[in-house]
Design a binder for this molecule. Structure first.
Ligand code: NAD
Ligand code: ZN
Length: 379
């Protein structure tokens, strides 16, 4: 089959690789209809991780079930399904508590759990390909209505819509509250959208990429350009108050200053300044563990100059981590079916798999029109 294969920093190619096969009775094989490129893929694409050339990317996958293992009971050939990016078992302590991003079966305990096509997250192939093997399929497939309706919306249930929603849960967003989101990438936009769904009164989104700030406006949220001065001060001025109720980090360790220099802790510290005392912070932007023997500055980025004293003084709370996508995917799917959520507005391109190398390059440069790309292998 054809698949998007990592060749080395800033290079992917669409190549022939072996078809996935059923390895365990609980597996299914899904024929991919849509698979998205994610900001998380860029960490590997830019050569910031230990990802080795040869791996197939793709953790945001949906499609039609092609083959089922003998131990699969609820998923049938022909079902239309979306796969939350967390590969998980469904029966360990963390999965049973709803924390499927920290599954203890599919990865070493203490590490983030499993994911398709992601370095350090288990041996699972990626779905930017014609077919994907889905383990523990009864747990890892979310059933969708037959047909082709809502393809763009449903595809986002694999990651960014539930991840955005998760960030609002971590921050504790409640109806009527004010919310600041750092990052107007796909994840930040979904966080802002989720805050709106939850009934936030005002939602601010901070970034400095003009076409992304435009999308913030289209969403009915309030764009804040951090090139125009301290975003925390801009937001406090706008609300005429000490701080917003809730803050969300949808940027992570690749945060930059206006001049483009990386400053990994800047958003965390600005969040503390932006949110009122005893308010809540939800951090879904990615931070990497610090590595004392790091050979270069990128892998040492886990050591952050986070101002814990200021955070303590304000008595705030903070939640972090990979999103437990499965906790929310079914209910968010039902909002889409009911016509009450249309997250697909964030998708700017639906392209054949062959266009992946070009799409990666443009998404990596945050080019206009490349805010969120869906690859569609069957086209
Ligand atoms: P993205 O790279 O497209 O978006 C990040 C945005 O942050 C960019 O638009 C950039 O201009 C902006 N930015 C940079 N510095 C900033 C600053 N100082 N202040 C405000 N904005 C700033 O990525 P994305 O796809 O939206 O993902 C965002 C983050 O979420 C990534 O780190 C990704 O790995 C992570 N992620 C986490 C989960 C999870 O489960 N926790 C899931 C998906 C993605
Ligand atoms: Zn993703």
């Amino acid at each position: 089959m054809k698949a998007v294969v990592y060749k080395g920093p800033f290079e992917v190619a669409v190549e022939d690789v072996d078809d996935p096969v059923i390895q365990y009775p609980t597996d299914v094989i899904v024929k991919i209809t849509s698979t998205a490129i994610c900001g998380s893929d860029l960490h590997m694409y830019e050569g910031r991780t230990d990802a080795k050339p040869g791996i197939t990317f793709g953790h945001e996958n949906m499609g039609i079930v092609e083959e089922v293992g003998s131990g699969v009971t609820t998923v049938k050939v022909g079902d239309r399904v979306v796969m939350p990016f967390n590969v998980a078992c469904g029966f360990c302590d963390n999965c049973r508590a709803g924390n499927s991003a920290f599954c203890l079966t599919v990865n070493e305990p203490g590490k983030a759990g499993g994911a398709y096509g992601y370095v350090g997250m288990g041996p699972y192939g990626g779905g930017q390909a014609e077919y994907l093997r889905v383990p523990f399929a009864d747990y890892n497939c979310v059933q969708l209505p037959q047909g082709e309706e809502h393809e763009k919306d449903f595809a986002l249930l694999a990651d960014i819509f539930p991840t955005g929603y998760h960030s609002t849960e971590l921050a504790g967003v409640k109806p009527g509250e004010t919310v600041a989101v750092y990052g107007a990438g796909p994840v930040g936009l979904m966080a802002a959208y989720s805050a709106q769904i939850k009934g936030a009164s005002r939602v601010f989104v901070v970034d400095h990429v003009p076409n992304r700030l435009e999308l913030v406006k289209e969403l009915g949220a309030e764009p804040i350009n951090f090139d125009d001065g301290d975003p925390a001060q801009q937001i406090r001025d706008a609300i005429q108050d000490y701080g917003v109720d809730r803050g969300i980090d949808a940027v992570g360790y690749q945060a930059t200053e206006p001049d483009g220099n990386e400053q990994p802790a800047i958003v965390l510290n600005q969040l503390v300044d932006t949110v009122r005392s005893t308010g809540g912070l939800g951090v879904v932007g990615l931070y990497v563990p610090s590595d004392p023997g790091a050979p270069d500055e990128h892998s040492a980025k886990g050591e952050l100059l986070f101002r814990i004293g200021r955070f303590f003084e304000k008595g705030q709370t903070m939640g972090t981590g990979q999103a437990n996508v499965k906790k929310y995917a079914h209910r968010l799917r039902d909002l889409i079916i009911a016509g009450r959520a249309k997250p697909g507005f964030v998708v700017s391109k639906e392209l054949p798999l062959a266009d992946a190398p070009d799409a990666y390059e443009r998404f990596d440069k945050r080019e206009e029109g490349y805010s969120k790309v869906l690859l569609q292998p069957a086209r």
